[in-house]
Design a protein around this ligand. Structure first.
Ligand SMILES: *Cc1c(COP(=O)(O)O)cnc(C)c1O
Length: 383
């Protein structure tokens, strides 16, 4: 059997090893250290924000972000329903209640009109949420201007979950740097990886200082160990920050490679009926972190699941689009506003292998399998 093709696998550049060797040579094998400081500064410059804090994961970053904008027990937090569960779990860590908002079809991200409607209704009832979590899915920014305008109108802080969107743009800015706080992830499948890690960014230096303190067991400034708040152990290690510094150098290459994958698939499936790629919205650059498409079973001659199973049979990893959070058993008891767009994208959506290290032959293998599915399905129903 041919070797496995993964959805999105780590892709090291040429400088990571040198930075890691330096961490070893200097014996900075610790959480904290010169690579952590440098990674934070270089990352902040890269995305265009004054302050960045390197953390152990994107989930940890989101947990701190939500706490620092004031989310606590019993609060409501509005969040995109079409996302990964890590966008929502930290809301629950804080004892707050997620309210799931449907997507629009241009970017697959939170629908600004629906958000505005929900906030207006809640303002009338005196039940404004403590925060709104805007997620930027699959390498593309949500439509931030109207989302920010709606939240500003009611004084609700925006936390941006840009875990999947590093390298994308929104009208020349980087998603994650527009709201009150933003977070990124360096998990193994993301566009850049430190094997595991995250970053919190904000223009508010005091907020980031406080996040740093909470992430370091909330030590007060005193020579002895003194604590007046409950803290966490959420900092990134100097060794992993060394990997991150190397990865930052190749961000533009990684975006170009992922966009080239998408262009290859788009060209290869141009003549296939019933296949539609996730649109690239007019407001910025989609990194195509994952190439995602929807399959209309009537027109294509096979459904999403048949395509996924056919790929798996050939040792190729493909995944359905995120199952909406309002359909997850763990969040079944929480409110939602509509959800049919997210449900439709889940039912018909598929993510294709999208790594920046895929070879031409691997892409061709994927294309060949996908193209053969309707024919095989036809034979099966005929037989
Ligand atoms: C990956 C991801 C996260 C979590 O990041 P980790 O670093 O894995 O904790 C959060 N939100 C979204 C949308 C993600 O894709």
């Amino acid at each position: 059997m041919s070797s496995r093709i993964y959805l999105s696998s780590p892709h090291m550049g040429t400088l990571e090893r040198g930075y890691v060797d330096d961490a070893f040579a200097s014996n900075w094998i610790a959480p904290l250290g010169p690579h952590v400081d440098a990674f934070q500064e270089e990352f902040a410059r890269c995305v265009g924000t004054p302050h960045a804090l390197a953390l152990s994961s994107g989930t940890a970053a989101l947990h701190l972000a939500l706490q620092l904008v004031g989310v606590g027990p019993g609060d409501d937090v509005l969040v995109s329903t079409l996302t990964f569960s890590a966008s929502v779990n930290p809301i629950r860590y804080l004892g707050a209640c997620p309210v799931f908002i449907d997507s629009e079809r241009t970017s697959w991200n939170m629908d600004p009109a629906l958000l505005e409607e929900e906030l207006a209704m809640r303002a009338r009832l005196g039940r404004l949420p403590r925060a709104v979590v805007v997620v930027h899915l699959y390498g593309q920014s949500a439509d931030l201007d109207p989302l920010m305008a709606a939240c500003d109108r009611y004084g609700v802080p925006v936390v941006e979950d840009a875990a999947e969107a590093l390298g994308s743009t929104y009208k020349g800015r980087t998603p994650g740097t527009v709201g009150r706080v933003g977070i990124y992830s360096f998990n193994g499948n993301k566009i850049l990886t430190t094997s595991g890690g995250g970053m919190l960014v904000s223009a508010d230096g005091e907020l980031v200082q406080h996040a740093l303190k909470l992430a370091t067991q909330a030590r007060d400034t005193a020579p002895h160990y003194q604590h007046s708040e409950v803290g966490y152990n959420y900092r990134m290690s100097n060794v992993l920050a060394a990997i991150g510094r190397g990865q930052l150098h190749v961000l533009e290459d990684r975006v170009a490679a992922r966009r080239a994958n998408h262009a290859f698939y788009a060209e290869a499936f141009r003549d296939l009926p019933g296949i539609q790629f996730m649109p690239e919205a007019p407001w910025g650059r989609h990194t195509r972190w994952l190439t995602t498409l929807t399959i209309d079973p009537e027109a294509f001659g096979a459904d999403r699941e048949a395509v996924r199973v056919a790929l798996e049979r050939e040792n190729i990893e493909a995944r359905p689009v995120w199952k909406p959070m309002h359909l997850q058993p763990v969040f079944a008891n929480f409110e939602r506003r509509r959800g049919s767009v997210a449900e439709d994208l889940f039912r018909h959506g598929l993510c294709l292998p999208s790594g920046s290290n895929l070879t031409r032959q691997e892409l061709e293998r994927v294309v060949e399998v996908v193209r053969a599915v309707p024919r095989k399905q036809g034979l099966r129903t005929a037989g």
